[in-house]
Design a protein around this ligand. Structure first.
Ligand code: HEC
Length: 87
């Protein structure tokens, strides 16, 4: 019985935390860091990065939705870094 209650609680916690971490971040950590220990998304320009991500799509076995999530996430990371530098 205690096990059932504990499981129920952890499911609720997981559901509440889900929106906080963008799906792209999880994908990046799960699919890319496997081969690239600490690859920094900000070291390439948008176009260069796009080309690499397209190449890596097969290597990391991303489907189209994951590819989209990842592109959005990495773009966000780059834009955040740019606006930090601009200030
Ligand atoms: C199976 C291993 C593997 C996976 C998974 C993988 N890569 Fe790569 N990646 C490589 C290899 C090998 C290269 C070397 C260049 C080549 O393939 O032409 C590379 C090169 C790169 C490069 C350019 C070179 C560099 O090291 O700066 C980028 C950027 C990159 N990968 C991003 C990613 C991203 C983002 C993901 C996740 C979607 C990813 N990779 C997943 C193996 C992998």
């Amino acid at each position: 019985m205690a096990v059932v209650v504990a499981l129920g609680v952890s499911v609720i916690v997981a559901a509440e935390q889900a929106p906080a971490a963008p799906p792209g971040k999880k994908l990046y950590e799960a699919k890319c860091i496997r081969c690239h220990k600490d690859l920094d998304p900000t070291i390439y320009e948008d176009m260069t990065w796009k080309r690499w991500l397209w190449k890596m799509k097969d290597k990391a076995r991303l489907d189209n939705e994951e590819y989209g999530d990842l592109s959005d996430y990495l773009k966000g990371v780059r834009e955040a870094a740019k606006s930090r530098k601009a200030r």
